[in-house]
Design a protein around this ligand. Sequence first.
Ligand code: HEC
Length: 204
Amino acid sequence: MSNMRSLLKTCVCLVVLLASSSFSQPIPGTIDSASALQHSREAAKKLLTTMRTLLSQQLAAGGAVRAIDVCADSAQVVGERLQEQLGVSIRRVSMKWRNPKNIPDAFESAELKRFAELKNAKALSDTSEFFQIVTEKDGRALRYMRPIIIGDMCLSCHGSREKMKDLIYSSIQQRYPNDKAVDYKAGELRGAVSVKMPLDGQKR
Ligand code: HEC
C-alpha cells in the first residue's frame, strides 16, 4: 500500500514537472505560454470590470448620453493602458459591430461563431474562455477570447429602438452611421473580449 502511494506521488511529481517544463522556454525575448495566458486572462477581466464600473457610474451620474463616451472612448483608453501594463493587444469585437475598429478578424469571427453555437446549446457563460497558440508570419502568439453577454444595463444603447431614448439613438446614429449593434435582448451574446500576446518577442 505504501509502495503504491509513493509510486503515485512520483507520478504526480513527474506530471507537474513535465507540465512546467513544456511551458517554460528560457530563450531571451520569449514569453512562456503559461504566463501569456495569465496576462491575457487578467487583461480581459480588467477590461470587462473597468468598463462595467465606468458605465454604471456614468449612467447614474450623467445619464446615458455621457455614458456613450465611456463605452466609446474608455474601451480604447483602457485597452491601451492594459497593452502598456501587460504587454497584450486587447479590444472588443462583435459580428454586429458599432465601431468599425471592432470588426473581428478571421480568427475572431470563427470563434464568435462557435461562441454563438455554444450559447444556443446553453453551454456558454460570461466566464467561458477560449485560447490557442497560433503561428503567424511574425512569430507565435497566444490568442485569448472571452464572451460578452448583454445585461439589462446595456439595453439603453444596444436594445430595440423603443428601448432607446431619442437623444441616445440620434447621438449613436451621428457618431456611428453604420451601427449594427442594436436590437439585442438581455442574455444574448454581444461579442467578445479578444486578447493577443506575442510569444517570440516580436513587435505587436
Ligand atoms: C451609453 C450607451 C452604451 C451603453 C449603456 C452600453 N454601450 Fe456598448 N457601446 C456603446 C458605444 C458608443 C460603442 C462603440 C464603442 C467604440 O467606439 O469602441 C459600444 C461598443 C460596444 C462593444 C464593442 C463592439 C462594437 O459593437 O463596436 C461591446 C462588446 C459593447 N459595447 C458591449 C456593451 C455591453 C455588454 C454593455 C452593457 C454592460 C454596453 N455595451 C452598454 C454604447 C453603450
